[in-house]
Design a binder for this molecule. Sequence first.
Ligand code: GH3
Ligand code: MG
Length: 696
Amino acid sequence: MKFYESYKEKLENLLIDENNIFFFCDLIKDKVRYNSNECLKIINCVIEYCEKNNLDEAKAWMYYYLAWNYSDSSDFDKCIEIFEKAKDIFEKHDNKKGLAYIYNGLTSFYCQNGQLEISNEIGLRGISIARELTDDDILLKILVNISITNIQNKSYEAAKEILNYLDINYNYSQISFMNEIMYDKSMAEIELNIGDPHEALKLIEKALIIDKEIGVSIFTTEGHKLLAMTYAKLNMVEEADKEFNLSVKIALENNNKLEYCETLLEWSIFYFNINRDKEALEFLDTIIKVTTKNRFISLLSNSSNLLYNYYKKANNYEMSLKYLEIYIQTDKEIYNYKSKKLMAKLNVDHDEKEMNLYRLLFDKTELLSKIGQKIISDLDVDSMVLYINSEINKLIITDFSGIILYNSDNDEIIHRTVVDGKIVKKGPIKLGDGSLLSEYCIRNKKTVFINNARKDSKKYVKKVILVSDDFQEPLSIISIPLMVNNEVIGVMSIQSMKENAYESNDVNTLKVIGNYAAIALKNALEYKKMEEKAIYDSLTGFLTKREILAEGNAVREGFLKTQKSFCLLMIDIDDFKTVNDTYGHLIGDNIIKLVTNTISKLIRPMDYIGRYGGDEFLLICPNINKNNALRLAERIRQVIENTDYIVDENVIIKTTISTGVYEFNNSSLSIIEGINLADLTMYKAKYSKKNKVMVF
Ligand code: GH3
Ligand code: MG
């Protein structure tokens, strides 16, 4: 009411001409920096007055300032929503000046929200209107915002060009102190990234002084952050730390969460660089918490990307996947429907298409992250390759796809190509003559992207021999190196018989799948290696199959020298499947453990016992004839038959075994042949009703 009384006359002027709204615009511009609450009061009162009196365009101008106001609280969604409302009104009345201002605001907000391409697109639209109006004032504003978008986009050269143009042609930095701060700050960022850091220091310090002199404090937090980043670049660790600290302190004092997180992010990057990972991770943890709550999408996206890469490097796949998913999710949000809607309103076909492309891509990413999880949970290389192939086929049309594993120890590769849903294995093939596309990928850590193999292959290899030389020759090929920790562990390839079957988007899709596949393959290979290294079976404590075979070979060697025969006993639990089926696998495992325990107690210290299969055990008894072996086997059989295996409080299981005995006394047999004879004899025991020992 008080407001209405004091501005009664000015408000009534609006009834004569809505252009009189600029009185209020100027009033707000004057106050906005010092007292945003007061501003908000003015805006809301004028909006109320406009609504009562159907003053559409005047109201739209107030919306414009209201939106800026929301930007202070970093509520970009709200900002954009209000800008859109204003834009609709200006469009309806063909108010070009209004539209130019709206485009300026949107350029800035989409930029802050991380939607850089849209920001640029809208900025260009604003420029063409400003030129049409020959309104230098708004033209300068938009150009500055576009240069900021370019800086965000890391297109420093472009940003520098725009800023130079502004200063030379319009004397931009001399127009006002605010302009000077803006100009120095942008130039400093450019110098910091592609120029001279010492020059950056000078510019930032100058801007900080102006900021302090005019008492606006719009640059203080950011200024100290930029100082810190520059010191970091100059390897001045102490100074950098001090400035980061200061920046964070000021941000917290002003309760500016956005700037607080922005500084923490740069600080964490600095700490990663100087190997203070623990502190960097703590900062990122804070950022993730604050940004998740406040929806600072662009920051959330950057910090989760950092964490994803950090954990990937540390081989912590679970964590890396977690942050990859946040990253993908936020990326998706960045290209949300709102921008699509806005683009549609701009009536630009090209942008519509672009948006659809983005959508498609992000639908894909969702699928990809699901594929990733599945791939990572699988440890068997063959089934992994089959799965990856089926998923690739959902995303990209291929005639066949394959995975090549590279062994850097002997410089060999093994192909696994999926043909008609089955894996065709080929190799090992020694690399070295430069005839394989995969060799190019492996040696150069680079992608091969061919759309006409006959013409384009020469770029990569001397002579092309394709993975699938049994088949018709493919014309389109994408091969990507599979990398873990900057080391190539293989190649993933898709191929099509058609010419020009793929586009660069497909390369990106394949790269994402490749990222997961590389992690998963590395896991699978490591697991296999670990398994191969193991001497004892983890469930039974018996020797592994490989080890018992090695012992068998050694015992056979002894026999060849001394001609003292030895015995091979193959022992298999009877009807073990029934135990599994009745009580479940866990209890099945327990039974294996208990039965093998019994066996352990009954054999001699010089005997070797190994787990040959699931419920099949090979006992090797040196210096023993078949009669003694039969006696031992009988004893084991009887003890097991008479034992109550207590697997659970209320569950007692009785089980039996069948054994085949073979006395090894034939020098012309290999150990495997001997074991096969014991196995055969064991099967004979099974055929005669089980719970039995038979001698060959
Ligand atoms: P048979 O008397 O002819 O030996 O019959 P069986 O049911 O024991 O059949 P077979 O020996 O052919 O099959 C053994 C089964 O043991 C098959 C498999 O499901 C199960 N098995 C293999 N390894 C394990 C294991 O580590 N734990 C459990 N719980 N079961 C296993
Ligand atoms: Mg069995």
